[in-house]
Design a protein around this ligand. Structure first.
Ligand SMILES: Nc1nc2c(ncn2[C@@H]2O[C@H](COP(=O)(O)OP(=O)(O)O)[C@@H](O)[C@H]2O)c(=O)[nH]1
Ligand SMILES: [Mg+2]
Length: 321
């Protein structure tokens, strides 16, 4: 008995939500039940009424706008409580094609993957500008490097999670869940894969990012944060080494003059070198502290996972009674 829940985070999507919902598959071989879940993030239009009219199974409402990442996480949480075995996330702007959901969940049904990302093959998307395509490509490349996965389209919002994977997702960045979930999946050694999916023509400009600089800033912040969270020692090691190497240059300069018998006039080099060494050493020490803290995070995550399991088992056994 496999239950699929399709969740759609929505912020003022009254126009495109009916199209999106209409396009969803009613039946998929290997899936016993398909339900829909709307996470309305404080929409000021008729999104919720439209969803009700269309017969959406579950609706979560945020009283005010909390952002996509929090809404996404609330959706995962609700889906797990509703007993989903597989959770698919898609966008309310009808960007993705409902028929592809069968393709998207196939690797999970086969037991080959925990997370499947829909690859929009942005190279072929004619409406995207040249700069956006390039940025998307470079961004995905960096995410692949950082996460040690091979996801071609890192910011695609069309993705499927197994129950187990959904339980392990903890999102801390408020901006976007897309990059963070991939880095997390890679670092937690989950089986993550991609399938090519089609896209519909874009109906409106992106709501998530007002401009390319804002997109870049937020993506870079997320990547640096995530990477530091999972590999703190490495990050601080590189920064610390940079300073220590920086200190070597003035010290060599000083030593050369010193052996030439002119050391007295070059005390400045020595002071500069000492400052660099001290700063570099401090950064290495901060790295050690951050590393120890990251072990704590891991322990907390393990505890959280166990608590979630207990909570969900409890819910399930109450439902059966
Ligand atoms: N919960 C929530 N969802 C949002 C917000 N802004 C956009 N979305 C939803 O996120 C999805 C993707 O948004 P979109 O503007 O199409 O961004 P794109 O990824 O650049 O295409 C859509 O389903 C939107 O309704 C927001 O502030 N909160
Ligand atoms: Mg969109």
């Amino acid at each position: 008995m496999t239950k699929l829940i399709i969740q759609i985070p929505c912020y003022n999507e009254e126009k495109t939500l009916p199209l999106t919902l209409n396009d969803l598959p009613r039946r998929i071989p290997g899936v016993a039940a398909i339900e829909t879940l709307i996470i309305d993030d404080g929409s000021t239009d008729e999104t919720v009424e439209v969803a009700r009219k269309a017969g959406v199974d579950h609706i979560i409402r945020n009283k005010c706008n909390k952002g996509l990442a929090r809404s996404f996480l609330a959706g995962l949480d609700a889906s797990l409580r509703l007993g989903a075995d597989i959770i698919v996330n898609t966008d309310g702007d009808n960007q993705y094609q409902g028929q592809d959901i069968a393709k998207l969940i196939a690797p999970i049904l086969r037991g080959d993957a925990d997370i499947v990302i829909g690859d929009r093959q942005t190279g072929n998307m004619s409406h995207l500008s040249f700069t956006r395509k390039k940025l998307q490509r470079i961004g995905s490349f960096i995410v692949r490097l950082l996460s040690e996965t091979n996801v071609p389209d890192a910011v695609s919002g069309f993705r499927a999670f197994s129950r187990d994977a959904a339980m392990q997702m903890n999102i801390v960045s408020p901006f976007s869940y897309t990059i963070e979930t991939i880095i997390q999946a890679g670092k937690k050694h989950m089986a993550i894969t991609s399938v090519p999916v089609g896209t519909n023509l874009q109906r409106r400009e992106s709501r998530l990012f007002k401009s390319i600089p804002q997109f870049l800033e937020r993506s870079a912040t997320t990547m640096i944060r995530m990477y530091t969270m999972y590999q703190p020692l490495r990050v601080f090691f590189y920064i610390g080494c940079f300073f220590i190497l920086g200190g070597l240059i003035p010290s060599i300069r000083f030593l050369i003059y010193y052996f030439l018998g002119q050391g007295g006039g070059h005390i400045q080099s020595l002071i500069l070198a000492a400052i660099f060494f001290i700063v570099g050493f401090q950064i290495l020490m901060i790295g050690l502290v951050a590393d120890v803290i990251s072990f704590n995070r891991r322990l907390i995550e393990d505890t959280l996972l166990k608590v979630k399991r207990i909570e969900l088992d409890h819910l399930n056994s109450n439902r059966k009674k």
